[in-house]
Design a protein around this ligand. Structure first.
Ligand SMILES: NC(=O)c1ccc[n+]([C@@H]2O[C@H](COP(=O)([O-])OP(=O)(O)OC[C@H]3O[C@@H](n4cnc5c(N)ncnc54)[C@H](OP(=O)(O)O)[C@@H]3O)[C@@H](O)[C@H]2O)c1
Length: 366
């Protein structure tokens, strides 16, 4: 079968990229995808289940190397065939220092745009970003408001913001698909990849979070992999979405922080052994007080407390910067909203607990 459209996908080994690629291939039987991967051997070993192998061409490359480190024949084939790039690859760690985050996320995106520019045909670039490029802004965050900024909570947010600017300024045609934080696969709550949210929840469950930044009106916006991957696969190559920024976020379905902490506590408290430990809910405090608390830990806390506070410092300040992501473009283009956080939060908690129980009984047996 000859391909009608060839695309380049980056980040296809990642949580979202793998799902997005599978959906793109399933939606169009004439689509061929070059996938930029750092390790072709690992790609071939781990993608048996993807199917459609004949239409997927892995090419070795790295966002941090000039020309993406592509071999000349791979680059020539991409430049000859590709008419769209779905760019998901990123350093997604909140704790990366700015130079590292920029080298992958900002400079890497610049290199992707240079390849796009070298292609024979005009290339449409779908850039997968984060809703948290909004950084320290508060209030309603409109999808198209990408010109002003007031700083960021971490280098990841900043480097993704800078990459968005490059895409808007340089791509012949573009769409920016901004995801909220993915916390589980789907409404059943299964967790494939742990992130800062899960780690913060674990600390809370063990009574290690005495304070949490927040204000009246703080909400937690979170999404499932299946909602975001479906949104990306449907909108990345969609003409109607071109030139738009789209929030793949819970939006109005975000959960108030206080309610989220309460339902989480009540769920864990169903277990008498946990209830007996007398763990109390964290005190919600403003950012100034939270910073003093962090400083005290840095000065007098033991090594593990310092590690915990350090890990949280890269993203929990967002909780005291209340914002609601507007999802007008997303709803109009997709025809539906994201599932409200309330619909998958408890199943997600239950999956986390079941996975931890399974891991600890395995450790006892091993
Ligand atoms: N997951 C979320 O909650 C979330 C939320 C908002 C936005 N996003 C955005 O969605 C996109 C995908 O996120 P994800 O959660 O799927 O990420 P992920 O699971 O952390 O995967 C990151 C992907 O980027 C690739 N990558 C990293 N550094 C690279 C480099 N130097 N050269 C080439 N490839 C490189 C990784 O390849 P290797 O396999 O070789 O490491 C992997 O395929 C990212 O752009 C992220 O910013 C994600």
């Amino acid at each position: 079968m000859s391909a009608e459209r060839s695309i380049l996908v980056t980040g296809a080994t990642g949580l979202l990229g793998r799902d997005v690629l599978a959906r793109l291939l399933a939606a169009d039987s004439r689509l061929q995808a070059y996938v930029l991967v750092r390790d072709v051997g690992r790609w071939l070993r781990t993608t048996h289940d993807l199917g459609n192998q004949g239409r997927v061409i892995p090419v070795r490359g790295d966002l941090c190397v000039d020309g993406l480190g592509l071999a000349p024949d791979a680059r020539a084939a991409i430049c000859r065939d590709v008419t769209a790039i779905v760019h998901l690859a990123a350093d997604t760690r909140f704790s990366s220092p700015l130079d590292r985050a920029r080298s992958v996320n900002t400079n890497g995106t610049q290199r992707v745009l240079e390849i796009a520019d070298d292609c024979d045909a005009p290339v449409h670039v779908a850039y997968v970003s984060t809703a948290f490029v909004a950084g320290r802004r508060t209030g309603v965050i409109a999808e198209d408001s990408h010109t002003e900024h007031v700083g960021w909570v971490n280098a990841y947010e900043q480097s993704k913001y800078e990459a968005e600017r490059l895409v808007i300024d340089q791509a012949a045609s573009w769409v920016i698909l901004r995801s909220s934080t993915v916390v589980c696969d789907d409404l059943a709550g299964h967790v494939t990849q742990l992130n800062g949210v899960h780690r913060a929840l674990n600390l809370y469950r063990h009574g290690l979070v005495a304070m949490m930044p927040g204000v009246v009106g703080s909400t937690v916006d979170a999404v499932t992999t299946s909602f975001v991957a479906n949104g990306i696969a449907r909108l990345a190559l969609c003409d109607d979405a071109a030139g738009k920024v789209v929030h793949l976020c819970a939006g109005e379905g975000a959960l108030p922080l206080v309610e989220l902490l309460d339902i989480t506590y009540e769920r864990w408290a169903l277990n008498p052994a946990w209830r007996k430990r007398g763990i109390v809910r964290p005190v919600i405090t403003d950012l100034v007080t939270y910073s003093l608390f962090e400083r005290t830990i840095a000065d007098v806390g033991d090594a593990s407390l310092r590690r915990i506070a350090g890990a949280l410092s890269h993203f929990v300040p967002q909780l005291a910067l209340p914002k609601r992501f507007d999802t007008t473009n997303a709803k109009a283009l997709l025809g539906h909203s994201a599932p409200p956080v309330r619909d998958f939060w408890i199943p997600m908690l239950d999956h986390m607990l079941a996975a931890q129980d399974a891991a600890s009984s395995f450790a006892k047996v091993a």
